[in-house]
Structure formats: structure tokens, C-alpha cells
Design a protein around this ligand. Sequence first.
Ligand code: ATP
Ligand code: HSE
Length: 303
Amino acid sequence: MSQSVTLQVPATTANLGPGFDCIGAALTLYNTCQFSRLDAGELEITVSGVDAERVSTDQSNLLYQAFAKFYEQLGQVPPPVRIQIELGVPLARGLGSSATAIVGGLVGANWLAGQPLSTTEVMEIAIAIEGHPDNVVPALLGGCRLAASRGSAWEICEVPWHSEIVPVVAIPNFELSTAEARRVLPAQYSRADAIFNTAHFGLLVRALETGNPQWLQAALQDRIHQPYRQTLISGFDAVREAALQAGAYELVISGAGPTLLALTSPQQSASVCQAMSQAWQQQGISTQAIALAIDADGTKTID
Ligand SMILES: Nc1ncnc2c1ncn2[C@@H]1O[C@H](COP(=O)(O)OP(=O)(O)OP(=O)(O)O)[C@@H](O)[C@H]1O
Ligand SMILES: N[C@@H](CCO)C(=O)O
């Protein structure tokens, strides 16, 4: 059993256009959380970094709820613990902040408990808490991951991501909660839309592996979530147009938004960053645009 552990958990970008609720990639943007057993008391949480003032420091904290859920699964009471969270991933922007909290809480609990659960068991609890696998799986395992259910279990496969494809994220200064962005989706879809997404998702997996620009341009289209969510993201059309003009293959909504994700080449990534940021600034929306890479490690311990 460990007395203390510090974890680094990556941000994630889910959906990648046509892969709603089933594919996501870990990004080189991180939260860290340190767990230390206490001799007495119950819970101490401190939060620093981006959006820190918006995160609760009592038992309602999502990271602690996942920590407590882990012990509930073992039929145990959670130990007294100090949790120090350092946030690099902004909240409710479509970069998997809730997944970092859920995965961080579960993995931290597993370390303090002496690792009684396997990574697969931790992953299954994380998926159950989040309700869908596309953020928590890459946050835990790293890379770009596809999750498909098999009965009550999951098949997880790594989707190779070509080294010449750069993910650029433009993060605006407004939030959009996942719950709100899911409320606008229809309950049913036409056969034509189902076929459209099936074809484009298959193409996307091959496009990511090969880096084929023409396939990437075509594959990143979607009819399941983006048409309904675009209206919630002020400036979507202008930012997409600017990204395409600057050389992006295509632009999609990152997770539930409002962050927008452009996929581009290493040569174009700086100009795509600048173009996306400027387009939003022109609408009066301050924005941080960053060219990132795919994180290969997922959640890991750090010193
Ligand atoms: N480190 C954290 N500790 C505790 N709670 C957190 C932490 N990070 C996020 N949360 C909680 O998760 C909420 C955001 O979750 P939400 O699902 O709306 O957005 P997201 O996960 O950032 O985006 P998306 O799921 O689209 O990628 C925050 O408002 C906060 O309640
Ligand atoms: N697949 C999820 C990701 C955000 O949590 C959605 O788009 O609602």
C-alpha cells in the first residue's frame, strides 16, 4: 500500500467528427493530482491552476467521488486523504476535464489501496461513472482509442495516429457543459444518417493511420452530433472557415465543445493556430489556440 502518489492525467478530445461516443485521443495537456494518506480527519482538497476557483473542495468534488466509488466497489470506507489538484485542462470546454477527474480519482485510489484492481477493472468503473468511453479510455491508456461494447464488457483498440497529423485546439473563453450539449441531440436518426456516419467513421480510422490528406478532409464529417451542436458554439462557421483557409484538413467539435479541433500538417500548424484564434477574437471571444500532440502514456505516476 502506498502512503502517497502523484499522477499525471492527459486531456482528451472525443468524437473526432463521425465517432460520437466511441473514439477519443489523449492530448499533451495535463492535470496532476497528488494523493496522500492522512492519519486523521477525512478529506482535504486543494486546487490550483486554470479554472481552479470553479472546482469544489468538499465531498462533491468529482475526483473525490470517483475515489470514494472505488472504495465502495471494494466494500470499504475511503481512507482519510489529502488531494492536491493542479489543473492544466480547462473545465467544460470539450477537453475531457471530467474524465481527468474520474480517471485520476480511481487510479489514485487504486494506488493507495495497493492496486487490488486491474487496469481493465478501473477502466470499466470509469466508463460507468462517465457514461461513455471516449474520454476516460484514452485518458487512462493514452493514444487514440476506439471502444466497442461486447455485452457488459468493452473491446478497446488503439487506432494508429500518423505522425504528420497535428491536432490544433482552439479553446474559447466560454463554457458548454456536456449535459447541455447532449440535451440538444435527437433521440432517433434516419437510415441515411446512420450510413453516412458508418462510412465516414471507417474512412476516418484509415485516414488517421495513413495520414492521407484527401481521406482526412472527407472523413471528418458527421451527422450525429455536430449539426445540432454547432448553433451552441458562437463563431463556429468563421473559425472553421479560417482554419480551412490556413490549411487545415478539416475542423470538428472537440468532445461536446465549445473547443474546436483542427487536424493539420506540421507545416501548417502555426498558421492554423493563428487563424483560429484570430477568427474568434474578431467575434469578441478571447481564445487560446495550441498545437498539441497525441499523448502516448495515459495516466502515469510522476515524481
Ligand atoms: N479536476 C477536477 N476535479 C473535480 N471536478 C472536476 C475536475 N475537472 C472537471 N471537473 C468537473 O467536471 C465538470 C465538467 O465536465 P463536462 O463533462 O461538462 O466537461 P468536460 O469533461 O470538460 O468536456 P467534454 O466531456 O466535452 O470533453 C466541471 O464543471 C467540474 O464539475
Ligand atoms: N462523446 C461525448 C464526449 C463529451 O463528454 C459527447 O460528445 O457528448
